[in-house]
Design a protein around this ligand. Structure first.
Ligand code: NAI
Length: 346
């Protein structure tokens, strides 16, 4: 934590001491980060901040463990639906702090009715997710993941590793908020033509040299389509059989946003027909049953996910777009600040 953040956090410390905070879906790296941060805030004259770290997710069946806590801190796959909120209200919880940007896993209306405020981390190094998006594009294209294994086995044959030059290619960016803009900035550096779609266009994008077009035109003309919009009623399955039909043969599709933006059955059909030539996913519609945990000794029951992993031109990462030291620090500081100040409520 830098000195300014530390001073600001310490000045608000008295507010945090009145809280009792439960963290859910906590992984060891988050436990260490939040504990260090809270420890930083303490001094010899005061009681430590009251925080408990649970590894299990928050949902309707686990919500009873919130009894006596004023604030709960949750992540992308915790399920804060109406049933969970009803239990939280009975437990006396006043505030749900999302330690992420997306809030599609929270029933915001039910929370408001229950008098529970919900905050999130609206922005944390959008470049972090943008860079992961580029990592997927470049890896799928130049097949460095396959080359790595081949070279280790003494196989220097280049067959099957041919890529395409990104310079000059047309890339479609759906959603031009913080992450979409960061992606566009990088793509412009590669010399790509960028077409964008967003119901709320913004001038920064056109200043960078990208062009807003209707969604259909973007789908028809882009050799790479990358998704950076939130998951909501309008965007659910925005990539479906009909939209895939409009894309050029062999298109590269990238989703680092939310799994529900794509219809996985349509994607599998598109991969089988070779309409989709490359698929890069960091998110998956039913990821809550898989991601962030080690299932390597189990039989994975999700046949759609398993089918996706069988294609040679599919690269899936387990929701790690946000996972850099810088982003995690920003998330932790903003989350605690949201609890202390009531900032960034929905
Ligand atoms: P943002 O709120 O800054 O931008 C979202 C943009 O999408 C806005 O400009 C909005 O007008 C636009 N939009 C809304 N509905 C749309 C639609 N139907 N079609 C096209 N555009 C639409 O959000 P930000 O920070 O850029 O994040 C985007 C998404 O990235 C988040 O909602 C979240 O789901 C995802 N995300 C993924 C992470 C990861 O680790 N893989 C980490 C952080 C965010």
């Amino acid at each position: 934590m830098n000195t300014t953040t530390r001073k600001k956090a310490q000045s608000d410390l008295s507010d945090l001491r009145n809280k009792k905070i439960a963290f859910f879906s906590t992984r060891p790296y988050e436990h260490i980060l939040f504990s260090d941060l809270l420890e930083d805030l303490n001094d010899a004259n005061h009681e430590p901040v009251n925080a408990t770290f649970f590894e299990h997710p928050l949902n309707a069946s686990t919500a009873a463990s919130c009894k006596g806590y004023s604030d709960v801190v949750v992540f992308v796959n915790d399920d804060i639906n109406k049933a969970t909120i009803d239990v939280l209200r009975c437990c006396g919880v006043k505030h749900v702090a999302l330690r992420c940007a997306g809030f599609n896993n929270v029933d915001v209306d039910a929370a408001a009715k229950a008098g529970i405020t919900v905050s999130r981390v609206p922005a944390y190094s959008p470049e972090t997710v943008a860079e992961h998006t580029l990592a997927l594009i470049l890896t799928l294209n130049r097949k460095t993941h396959k080359a790595y294994n081949r070279v280790r086995e003494g196989n220097f044959n280049l067959g099957g590793l041919m890529g395409f030059t990104l310079h000059g290619k047309t890339v479609g960016v759906i959603g031009t908020g913080k992450i979409g803009k960061a992606v566009i900035r990088i793509l412009m550096g590669f010399g790509c033509q960028v077409l964008c779609f967003d119901p709320c266009p913004n001038d920064d994008v056109t200043v960078m040299g990208a062009k807003y077009v209707p969604l259909n035109k973007l789908l028809e003309e882009s050799v790479i389509v990358t998704l950076h919009c939130p998951l909501n009623q309008q965007s659910h399955h925005i990539i479906n059989t009909e939209s895939i039909d409009k894309m050029p043969h062999g298109v590269m599709l990238i989703n680092t946003s939310r799994g529900g933006l794509v219809d996985d059955n349509a994607i599998i059909k598109g991969l089988k027909s070779k309409k989709i030539g490359y698929l890069g996913l960091d998110v998956y519609e039913r990821e809550s049953e898989l991601f962030f945990n080690d299932h390597s000794q189990e039989i994975i029951q999700d046949d759609i996910f398993q089918r996706l992993t069988t294609f040679p031109n599919v690269l899936i990462t387990g929701h790690q777009g946000f996972f850099t030291q810088e982003a995690l620090n920003e998330i932790a500081v903003t989350t605690l600040n949201n609890i202390m100040t009531g900032d960034n409520t929905l």
